[in-house]
Design a protein around this ligand. Structure first.
Ligand code: AMP
Length: 395
């Protein structure tokens, strides 16, 4: 059978990220971004081979962008597109794996919208547009939460009255599941272990950040919760704060819930602490020049990350390796070494040179000789979504 092509789509409220994945090639055949959808400046950018191009689509919506994309995809796929994989943020408790997009799946995604009011409706916009444009193609939803449905109840329940869970789904779900799953499989390959018989700690560090404990290929705990705000310090998200902060801000400053949500999701994290930027590259440069806010933001980021990894270790029977991934995890020797320096109790230590050279898409082990394994594994969520789509095509 010739190698098949899967279009992977990740829709935001005003954007579509896409990649055309060929199962035989590690590079994407075509990739790009449509942004500012619905506005006068709507634009589609794409990259094919080494060539970049873009097209203005004034006032274009999700459907208009996908319609413009169609001939590009067909040409890049040589007229042979086999399926579409959609990233969906929240699958609630309904989805424990990827699912073919039929009426029942669509209904269940719509029903989950109250748990992800910003993300699921945006994901649905893209799905509905793609189904109208490609009615005869198999389309699959791949959920960020699905991998974490194996969490035991003692890890996913909050210490809240039972009815909030039973009647309203208030529990920890976890996110970044597609990435945690992909890198743990790659790590097992790199280490010559079976994923079904190995235990990993994962730090996915991008604009959003989360840790995960993975045992025998299953997620056993993770740092994000009901929403992607819980856990680590992130680009603009606070991660864990005292839940009474909400009432404190409301009482002392008269802030509304919307204002507090904006603070915790958009103005906090690295940006809030540094007063400078949510971007780790800029913060590392500023720290070099003695910027106090950037220095503090990096210290808090690494300490909180190490603390979360130590907490995750409660879910592991043994440690076969710590995995760093995501834009920061794959590219920042500084963050990796500062984090590992807080974990000496676990006997973790890095090889300075291996740590320094394992950047920009290079993967491999970076631990010092004789110490537990530490791996850098470039993530590839698009490829994992394509693999999940192919698996359902085969089924
Ligand atoms: P992602 O969301 O996975 O694309 O990751 C974005 C984050 O990765 C941003 O904070 C970037 O600053 C960070 N990042 C990318 N390259 C580097 C680098 N060379 N050093 C430090 N951070 C980086």
């Amino acid at each position: 059978m010739p190698a098949r092509n899967i279009l992977v789509i990740n829709c935001g409220s005003s954007s579509i990220k896409f990649a055309l994945v060929n199962e035989a090639h590690s590079q994407f055949t075509l990739s790009g971004l449509a942004e500012r959808l619905g506005s006068h400046d709507a634009v589609l950018h794409w990259q094919r081979g080494g060539e970049k191009d873009s097209l203005m689509i004034p006032n274009g919506d999700h459907r208009a962008a996908l319609a413009q994309l169609l001939p590009l995809v067909q040409s890049a796929a040589g007229g042979k597109l086999h399926g579409i994989g959609h990233r969906v943020v929240h699958g609630g408790e309904h989805f424990t794996a990827a699912s073919r997009l039929d009426e029942a799946t669509l209904r269940a995604i719509r029903a989950t919208a109250p748990l992800a009011p910003l993300h699921n409706p945006a994901n649905l916009l893209g799905i509905e547009a793609a189904i109208k444009l490609f009615p005869n193609l198999t389309q699959v939803a791949v959920f960020d939460t699905a991998f974490h449905q194996t969490l035991p109840e003692h890890a996913f329940r909050y210490a809240l009255p039972d009815h909030l869970y039973r009647e309203h789904g208030v529990r920890r779900y976890g996110f970044h599941g597609t990435s945690h799953r992909f890198v743990s499989h790659r790590a097992a390959e790199l280490a010559g272990l079976s994923v079904g018989d190995s235990s990993w700690l994962v730090a996915h560090l991008g604009n959003g950040c989360s840790t995960c404990a993975i045992v025998n290929g299953q997620s056993r705990d993770t740092s994000m919760g009901l929403t992607p705000l819980e856990g680590l310090v992130m680009g603009t998200r606070s991660g864990d704060v005292d839940p009474n902060l909400h009432s404190h801000l409301a009482r002392t400053l008269g802030w509304s819930l919307e204002r507090i949500e904006q603070l915790l999701n958009k103005e906090s994290g690295l940006l809030g602490l540094s007063g400078l930027s949510n971007d780790m590259r800029s913060l590392e440069q500023a720290r070099e020049q003695g910027h106090a806010g950037a220095t503090l933001a990096i210290e808090v980021f690494c300490y909180r990350l190490a603390k979360s990894l130590a907490a995750m270790s409660c879910a592991l029977p043994q440690l076969d390796g710590l995995i760093f991934t995501g834009g920061i995890g794959e590219n920042s020797p500084l963050i990796r070494s500062k984090t590992v320096a807080h974990l000496t109790l676990f006997n973790l230590a890095l090889d300075k040179e291996a740590n320094a050279r394992t950047v920009r898409g290079v993967g491999g082990s970076i631990q010092a000789y004789g110490h537990p394994r530490v791996l850098v594994v470039p993530t590839n969520e698009e490829r994992q979504i394509a693999l999940d789509t192919l698996a359902l095509l085969n089924a």
